[in-house]
Ligand binder design. Structure first.
Ligand SMILES: [Zn+2]
Ligand SMILES: [Zn+2]
Length: 209
């Protein structure tokens, strides 16, 4: 096995994850409307539009490692050889953890650079504009292929769900983000609004203002 094959395996695995990211997010998370743990956990993420650590992550991390090393590695091994199989599994794992990291950071930290700026704009349109569009988080390729890509335009963020990095201490939008985001509605929530946020998240509809 040459170095080219190892790099090829890694790229194939990384690419494979990007495809899985799209399919899982669109079908296993949104189309299932809360049936099954993966869908329920993801739609809970839409209810609050925030990222917090949960032990459930350990389960998905182990699951994806298992898919990489118990499914893709033997398959790559059978198709080419051991090193190729291992490279595919490592590429898949790298793609998955890249996605997990970028997604968490999108919610928690201000963008740095063009990629982070793009990713947040693309992903927050998914949250606040149209949850059945822009399913790719780290990469928009499959949204373009399957016709679910939407140009976010100005993303209207309900104040009660605003990312902490988007606003100043008074809860007003920081000027550097005003060309991509606008704050709408009021900051306070109540029981009725919380119930509505939940119902709309589970129906894959954007939250009301
Ligand atoms: Zn998100
Ligand atoms: Zn989603």
């Amino acid at each position: 096995m040459t170095g080219v094959g190892i790099v090829g395996g890694f790229v194939a695995g990384f690419f494979l994850w990007g495809f899985a990211e799209y399919l899982l997010h669109r079908f296993a998370m949104h189309h299932l409307r809360g049936k099954g743990m993966m869908s329920r956990e993801h739609l809970e993420h839409h209810v609050r539009a925030s990222w917090t650590w949960s032990s459930v992550f350990l389960l998905s991390w182990s699951g994806m490692l298992l898919v990489g090393f118990a499914l893709w590695a033997p398959l790559g091994w059978a198709l080419v050889d051991t090193w190729f199989g291992l490279s595919v599994a490592i590429g898949w794992t790298a793609g998955y953890f890249f996605y997990e990291y970028q997604h968490a950071m999108a919610h928690l930290q201000a963008p740095k650079g063009r990629y982070g700026t793009w990713l947040r704009h693309h992903h927050f349109h998914h949250h606040f504009g149209h949850p059945m569009a822009n399913h790719g988080v780290s990469w928009p390729l499959w949204d373009h292929v399957f016709g679910t890509f939407e140009d976010p335009g100005l993303v209207r963020v309900p104040r009660r769900l605003a990312m902490t990095w988007l606003v100043d201490d008074d809860g007003e939008i920081l000027p550097e983000y005003a060309d991509r985001y606008a704050l709408v509605g009021r900051a306070a929530t109540d029981e009725r609004l919380a119930a509505l946020d939940r119902a709309r998240a589970f129906a894959s509809v954007a939250p009301t203002e």
